[in-house]
Write a protein that binds this ligand. Structure first.
Ligand SMILES: *Cc1c(COP(=O)(O)O)cnc(C)c1O
Length: 298
């Protein structure tokens, strides 16, 4: 569903937002899309267990836990950070995953860094049995196929489609289904130049660009300006944005509008990829730092 943003922008520019976040409060819209064909493939391979990886506040972990439960799979989450073992009850993401039946297996940061190493995976397999493995962040060719379903025939009028970028799977799907007159703009939520190459693996077309100026110093980092922006946007629109991905992307698009990046009368579609389950965890961290917190209705 697309929703018009009720804010006046200069030069006749208009914004709509695709509410992929409304699919489920704990399962990000894009993570759901990325899992769709992977779950079909896991069934086809007769696997009854899904295994994946993630950090303490991972939207992907929450999504696999929930989608696995819905789809009748057992789920295993390899979680970065051994110290979290004793902190599940303080962590809304891990608590949700566990309530969905996910078995959480905590590993040190060193082990996590090398998590696709065959020795490690063999040990995991000896402990938990065979599984269908979904990469960290969920990006693979089947995930991209799922994300090709984000744009629909109602979206042909837009000149620009904007989304947040983590591993690049979501934007690759959007690029593949965008029309020739549409430019796709990706806003990386992390620092680094590797994403361009990642996207080139899956994206079959030109007509896209990464805007690297709005990562706010890196993955999971926020500042007061971003929090105030997300809260003002919420007060104007009643739409919650997550601080890791969509909040940074929408901040970037609106900043670019004011900097004259878009030509007059551009029609821009923002893809709200969800991530709202992470707000609670972020607000805990902000409270501990005595910082203002994020307003939200989820
Ligand atoms: C994971 C995630 C993204 C990034 O998706 P990629 O396919 O990894 O680029 C964007 N927004 C939200 C809310 C996410 O959870």
């Amino acid at each position: 569903m697309n929703q018009k943003i009720p804010i006046a922008f200069p030069h006749g520019i208009s914004l709509e937002i695709k509410r992929e976040d409304l699919l489920h409060p704990f399962v990000s819209g894009n993570k759901f899309r990325k899992l769709k064909y992977n779950l079909i493939e896991a069934k086809k391979q007769n696997k009854d267990t899904l295994l994946t990886f993630g950090g303490a506040f991972s939207n992907h972990i929450a999504a696999v836990a929930y989608a696995g439960k819905e789809g009748g799979f057992k789920t295993i989450g390899i979680i970065r950070g051994q110290e979290l073992v004793s902190k599940i009850s303080e962590n809304p993401t891990l608590q949700f995953a566990q309530e969905c039946g996910m078995r959480l297996h905590f590993v040190s940061r060193e082990v996590y860094r090398d998590k696709t190493n065959p020795d490690f995976l063999n040990r995991i397999s000896a402990q938990f049995g065979t599984f269908y493995m979904i990469p960290e962040g969920g990006t693979n060719a089947l995930a991209v196929k799922g994300c090709e379903e984000i744009l629909t025939p109602e979206d042909t009028e837009f000149d620009f489609v904007c989304c947040a970028v983590g591993t690049g799977g979501t934007i690759s799907g959007i690029i593949n289904s965008a029309l020739p007159h549409q430019q796709v703009l990706g806003f990386p939520a992390l620092k680094g130049d590797f994403l361009q190459d990642e996207i080139c693996i899956f994206a079959k077309k030109e007509g896209w660009k990464l805007i690297n100026e709005y990562h706010f110093e890196g993955y999971g980092k926020v500042n007061i300006e971003l929090i105030q922006f997300i809260n003002a946007f919420f007060q104007q629109t009643q739409i919650s944005l997550d601080p890791i991905y969509t909040g940074k992307m929408v901040f970037g698009v609106i900043d670019l509008i004011h900097n004259g990046f878009f030509k007059a009368n551009s029609k821009i579609l923002l893809v709200h990829t969800g991530g709202l389950q992470g707000i609670q965890g972020m607000n805990q961290k902000l409270k501990n730092k005595k910082s203002p917190i994020l307003l939200t209705n989820v």
